[in-house]
Design a protein. Structure first.
Length: 220
């Protein structure tokens, strides 16, 4: 745990902790997305009256998902007419655990759940995205009236099949998993949401998708 995981950009990082998929009937699925954030002690964002909200966006259109995944979009992804998006206050998050100390200080973990249903016969593809946002800045200019932080994403299912592969980024400088935002340049990944003068390369490591949890009875 380090400050990169909390977030070094203008808003804290928001992560997808778990995704639970349950059958309601043959085609209707109940999706529970648990997002998480980390904070230092004393807190850098929790209960600091910054007006930070958590936004979860569900996208069922593959073309839209490809645009979002490319990182070339210039507007908030909830503007892409997604399947749905849900917003909750960061101050309503539940404190989960004390993560101990290291050279950088103490850290705690906070979570929040988003719940919705989806008809997989009508929507056989689903990607989930989450990020922090400050809404209603009231500048009177659409592009400036909200501010969004780094985006995390996870493929839940494609063509009606649950995703069984996910991954993480590895930082060779620290020999640890890197939890902050990244951007792609060609086939390589670098720290940060956008290009900068200092390029620090990280490496994507695919692994089994352990974020999708619970008993998934996909075919009744």
């Amino acid at each position: 745990m380090n400050s990169e995981t909390v977030g070094l950009e203008n808003l804290p990082n928001l992560f997808i902790n778990t995704i639970k998929v349950e059958n309601i009937d043959q085609s209707i699925k109940l999706i529970t997305v648990t997002v998480c954030m980390y904070d230092e002690v004393p807190h850098t964002w929790k209960n600091r009256s910054f007006g930070i909200n958590l936004r979860m966006v569900a996208v069922t259109d593959l073309e839209t998902s490809e645009i979002i995944n490319s990182g070339t979009h210039a507007e908030e992804i909830s503007n892409f007419t997604p399947y749905l998006y849900l917003t909750k206050s960061s101050d309503s998050m539940t404190e989960m655990e004390y993560l101990g100390e290291n050279a950088a200080g103490e850290y705690k973990k906070f979570i929040k759940k988003f719940v919705f249903t989806i008809n997989t016969d009508e929507n056989p593809n689903l990607n989930i995205y989450c990020y922090c946002v400050i809404d209603n800045l009231n500048f009177g200019i659409k592009e400036f009236d909200k501010f969004c932080g780094p985006i995390s994403g996870e493929r839940v299912f494609q063509n009606g099949e649950l995703s069984d592969i996910s991954g993480y980024f590895y930082d060779p400088e620290t020999n640890e998993e890197y939890g902050g935002p990244v951007h792609a340049v060609g086939s390589k990944y670098y720290k940060g949401s956008r290009e900068s003068e200092t390029k620090i390369e990280v490496f994507y490591v695919p692994e089994d998708n352990m974020k999708i949890k619970g008993t998934v009875l996909w075919n009744l």
